[in-house]
Design a protein around this ligand. Structure first.
Ligand code: 5RP
Length: 268
């Protein structure tokens, strides 16, 4: 065993080899979104379900709003520096270091790369630089693949998403978070030598749509999710979390997961 393996074990559940990672890092760029206004409360409610394997969060949230009951995995977001009010959301720089992650007891760090955006070069170089530091400390690096506004329509293009996932891995990411494509998602996974997990993107219209997306991703070979809005903006976050967990860790089908969602809604 080495530090890399120990940390990955805290992120991926051993029985399924997959992970349900809850993303709550949105405020750094998008402000207090619905569902994260009282981020402390949201984290505490979702943590209480015992279903979250790891959290993706910023240093500010870690310090002021994170107090889990157990010892879930933690992935510290160390890129940022841009908001929706600024000139370019894709102009992310490094906002933390691997050592900072080590000091917080993090099991991974996350850096964005915006493929096809004006800041593609800078963000990929940032990713590669952090990958070097991560190797030194045996710290897993989550490459967060973004596309930027000008490529928003390409989120559904499996060739474009495959390019981003592959580029993130080749620049040193140990795990890649990217978008789910309804078509040929298995090709995105096949072309990426490291585990692929999906983000949710803007909220799906219904909880059933979220279940279908997660199921499609797992069927296509995703190793889990790094999801935010679809869960904590759902009218029934805890119940949806239970259904999503069933798909990820117990291979539930969409219908079974939907039934579980309905059952959980009655008690949660
Ligand atoms: C926000 C992020 C999020 O971590 C990521 O997009 C996952 O969240 P969601 O499922 O809401 O898209 O990078 O800046």
């Amino acid at each position: 065993m080495d530090g890399m393996q120990i940390r990955l074990r805290r992120i991926f559940r051993r029985e399924s080899g997959r992970s349900l990672i809850m993303a709550v890092d949105h405020g750094m760029a998008l402000g207090p979104l619905t569902g994260l206004v009282d981020i402390k409360d949201t984290i505490s409610r979702l943590d209480a379900t015992g279903m979250v394997d790891a959290w993706l969060l910023t240093k500010g949230t870690f310090h002021y709003a994170f107090n889990p009951r157990g010892c879930p995995g933690v992935i510290l977001r160390i890129s940022g520096g841009a908001t929706i009010a600024g000139p370019e959301l894709t102009r992310e720089g490094l906002t933390g270091t691997v050592e900072e992650g080590l000091a917080l007891g993090a099991d991974g760090v996350a850096v964005s790369a915006f493929i096809g955006s004006p800041y593609e070069h800078e963000t990929l170089v940032n990713l590669a630089r952090v990958a070097g530091e991560c190797r030194r400390w045996n710290m897993p690096l989550l490459g967060v693949v973004g596309v930027g506004k000008i490529n928003e329509d390409k989120k559904q293009d499996p060739r474009f998403i495959a390019l981003g996932a592959r580029a993130a891995a080749e620049h040193g990411a140990d795990l890649v978070k990217t978008y789910y494509t309804e078509r040929d998602f298995d090709r995105v996974v096949a072309g990426c030598p490291v585990p692929v997990l999906i983000a949710g993107g803007p909220k799906c219209e219904t909880d059933l749509d979220t279940l279908k997306m997660v199921h499609g991703a797992i069927q296509g070979g995703a190793r889990g999710i790094v999801m935010g809005r679809n869960i904590w903006q759902s009218p029934h976050p805890e119940a949806l979390l239970a259904a999503v967990e069933g798909i990820i860790h117990r291979d539930l089908g969409v219908n079974e997961a939907f039934e579980l969602l309905q059952e959980c809604k009655k008690i949660r």
